[in-house]
Design a protein around this ligand. Structure first.
Ligand code: AP5
Ligand code: MG
Length: 222
């Protein structure tokens, strides 16, 4: 299976991508995590990426596409989940071209549709592990020991771009760019919208059922 997860900031892309990868044995590529790794590098590109991420704006295509292309080229035939990529029509058409060069297509594009009213609570309580990048929520998805990652014992942190002013820019940017992206995948017959306003388990039940259908098993074998 080759999947892309779309949805606004805080929709649960990272949370559901981790579950999909565990259940179906796929590789998880989070564009945000890949960019955050680049931003730590003391290079001109790293500084540029930092400026964009920390202000909540999209990183320019020339940087983003290079990173994704390298990732896809490195994985041969294994299935994957793209989390947060593509975000614009130009990224979607570039992805179609990259995959065509590898004789591949996407199997499904999952749109996590969320009631905007639930998003602020998700941001306010999000905590992430700086080591393994696992995502938690202080009330809705807490770690076993408060403030500590279940997997490696690292102290959990708040993402710098989860500050309210930056969150507003991220959500506005998403709203301004998403319609042509959804239209592109709807016209390609790849778009599947899921109601992602419920609990993590409620959303997961719907996704697991969809990915277990025979048409997905067929694409997994392709
Ligand atoms: P990125 O890291 O991808 O951020 P985002 O898209 O804003 O999405 P988030 O990671 O904030 O949310 P999520 O949907 O993964 O939700 P999560 O599972 O964490 O990108 C960061 C930045 O990088 C961008 O702003 C941009 O600058 C740049 N960038 C990235 N991709 C780019 C691209 N393609 N092009 C250009 N620039 C790009 O869940 C959120 C919280 O809610 C967690 O605490 C979780 O525990 C909780 N939660 C999750 N699901 C549920 C649920 N169902 N019920 C209750 N709580 C839930
Ligand atoms: Mg994420």
């Amino acid at each position: 299976m080759r999947l892309a997860l779309l949805g606004p900031p805080g929709a649960g892309k990272g949370t559901q991508a981790a579950r999909i990868c565990d259940a179906f044995g796929l590789l998880h590529f989070s564009s945000g995590d890949l960019l955050r790794a680049e931003k730590l590098k003391k290079t001109p590109e790293g500084q540029k990426i930092r400026d964009y991420i920390d202000s909540g704006r999209f990183v320019p295509d020339e940087l983003m596409l290079g990173i994704i292309r390298n990732k896809l080229a490195s994985i041969a035939k294994q299935g994957f989940v793209l989390d947060g990529f593509p975000r614009t029509l130009s990224q979607a058409t570039a992805l179609t071209e990259f995959l065509a060069e590898m004789n591949r297509t996407l199997s499904l594009v999952i749109d996590l549709a969320v009631d905007p009213a639930v998003l602020s609570r998700r941001f306010e309580g999000r905590r992430v592990c700086p080591v393994c990048l696992s995502v938690y929520h202080v009330d809705l998805m807490p770690p076993q020991r408060e403030g500590i990652c279940d997997h490696d014992g690292a102290r959990l942190v708040i993402r710098p771009d989860d500050m309210p002013a930056v969150v507003r820019t991220r959500i506005d940017t998403y709203r301004q760019t998403v319609t042509p992206l959804l239209d592109y995948y709807r016209q390609a017959g790849l778009l599947w919208k899921v109601d992602a306003s419920g609990s993590v388990d409620d959303v997961w039940v719907q996704i697991e059922a969809r990915l277990s259908q025979p048409d997905m098993r067929g694409s997994s074998a392709a």
